[in-house]
Design a protein around this ligand. Structure first.
Ligand code: SF4
Length: 271
């Protein structure tokens, strides 16, 4: 927060929201293509991808995105599990200011690690104008137990941006929910987001995990602005053109990668 901005606790709700929209406009007006590949803003999902393989991101820019069945089915599943309805920002402000928890997502933005970072979390639970939970959903065909570095840092950076936007994040926690969604019935998919939200709010996630043993794992994290800032900073050199992209050292990742036939750094070449 800049020195000229009043913190949330000194502002009336209307002043807080007006200040937020003003700051948002100023942030996006500052676009000047200053980062690698002529980008003005760096997506949180791109930083997360750097944690998987930075060269994959470079290939995305150089060769264009290669569609895959996994990506397409993942996007369709996300929409099925977390249906959304567009509302105005005024409606958003009213909804999230209520005392009862509300589920609503807002684009997040802010400066971190020398970059201008933007993104949109999968899911946020609010009450009284404060984010209580930021959640990322990660679907998998394999074991949902492990938490990968890219997934952890993605949710951490969303939390950081909400903090930088000026929200009161003192009660905010983070969750990466990994789900083997192929094992859910259609009816369970429809109710899934409400069940997960209720479990987070009521502190009953372990009960839900027992019910969906082997199908779902919720990785709960404490918000730490310092850790999230560090996560962005450690990948910023690529965007600031201070260094070249670093390829993966894992044959397994290259084997699973859609660029393996064309990537000059691939450790696996399909026959
Ligand atoms: S083939 Fe390997 S090095 Fe190349 S982008 Fe894919 S994962 Fe990275």
């Amino acid at each position: 927060m800049s020195e000229l901005e009043a913190p949330w606790w000194l502002l009336k709700p209307t002043e807080f929201w007006n200040q937020l929209w003003r700051k948002e406009r100023k942030f996006f007006e500052s676009a000047d293509e200053e980062f690698r590949h002529g980008t003005s803003f760096v997506a949180v999902s791109s930083i997360a991808e750097q944690y998987y393989c930075e060269y994959k991101l470079e290939n995305d820019f150089a060769l264009g995105e290669i569609p895959t069945e996994t990506k397409d089915s993942g996007t369709a599943l996300h929409a099925e599990l977390m249906p959304t309805e567009r509302i105005t920002r005024e409606e958003f402000a009213v909804l999230v200011s209520r005392k009862e928890p509300a589920l609503a997502v807002i684009p997040v933005w802010g400066s971190a690690g020398g970059l201008k970072v933007v993104g949109e979390p999968d899911h946020v639970i609010w009450a009284e104008g404060r984010p209580l939970w930021v959640m990322e959903l990660k679907t998998t065909r394999g074991d949902p137990q492990p938490l990968w570095e890219d997934q952890e840092n993605q949710v951490r950076i969303y939390g950081l941006l909400l903090d930088r936007m000026g929200f009161d994040c003192s009660k905010m926690r983070l969750a990466v929910v990994r789900l083997k969604s192929g094992d859910l019935r259609d009816e369970e998919k429809r109710e899934w987001i409400l069940k997960v939200s209720a479990a987070l709010i009521q502190g009953k996630m372990s009960e839900l995990e027992v019910k969906y043993r082997g199908v779902m794992k919720a990785h709960i994290l404490e918000h730490s602005a310092e850790r999230a800032e560090k996560a962005v900073r450690s990948k910023a050199g690529y965007w600031l053109r201070e260094r070249e992209p670093i390829p993966s050292t894992s044959v397994g990742k290259c084997r699973a990668c859609e660029y393996n036939a064309v990537c000059p750094k691939s450790l696996y070449k399909p026959r």
